[in-house]
Design a protein around this ligand. Sequence first.
Ligand code: SAH
Length: 268
Amino acid sequence: MEVRAKKALGQHFLTDQSIARSIVAALELPEEMKSSVLEIGPGMGVLSQYLLARPEVDLRMIEIDNESVDYLTRHFPSAAGKVIYGDFLKLGLDSLFPESFNVIGNFPYNISSQIFFRILDFKERIPQVVCMIQKEVAERIAEKPGSKTYGILSVLLQAWYDIEYLFTVGSGAFAPPPKVQSAVIRLKRNSRTSLGCDEAMFKNIVKTSFGQRRKTLRNSLKPLVAAKASREGWDADRIAEFTASPVFELRPERLGVEDFISLTRQIQ
Ligand code: SAH
């Protein structure tokens, strides 16, 4: 018996084996040692089967659907003890992976942003991510500044990861076919160890400015500048002088990671 696809869980099972092989092959790991790999949402194991066949992969899978968990353990004896029944967003990653681990999966598209925010929380331990997501989201994440779709996740992920758009996958490769096209991307941790500015403030500035992306930074960041002004005891003239800097004329999609860092240094 196959697993009955459940829409609420974002279940679209990849049926094209050659695409599955390409996704698994896109995960680049050293061959001379074992590397921990976490697969998010294995479903019926179309990726897992190829991951289990790679000797350098120490695989764990996290799956929220008990029917899929049953299917996996029945069909893949080598998956025994490696499938965790639960929600990735609530998984205790600290105890499961005290050291580094890589992430792979055909992500449930309805929670892909939340998955990326969680990956960012563990960025010091996640050197590489290979995933299939909705094509628009993939483009947005990989996009450079200046484009309409460049947004919060583009900046936050690009701050810590080098991102490659690998290939597009049509909806015909899935059962049932999703309404949208898909794409596979690879994220590799870059060499950055610190932003050189307050990290929480950086996130806050990125989120606040894209929260009102049609406004200039002068308008959208007003509350943060006001908070700075009260900390520093600035009067209105000093505030006007501060926000006269040309960067405040811009909308957030024009700023790259480095620009957001220097803006944070000014406002923190
Ligand atoms: N990897 C499979 C399935 C992809 S569909 C394939 O390529 O065919 C997405 C999978 O993620 C489904 O199996 C779904 O049950 C699972 N899933 C959805 N939400 C999840 C969550 N919060 N944590 C773990 N798995 C989840």
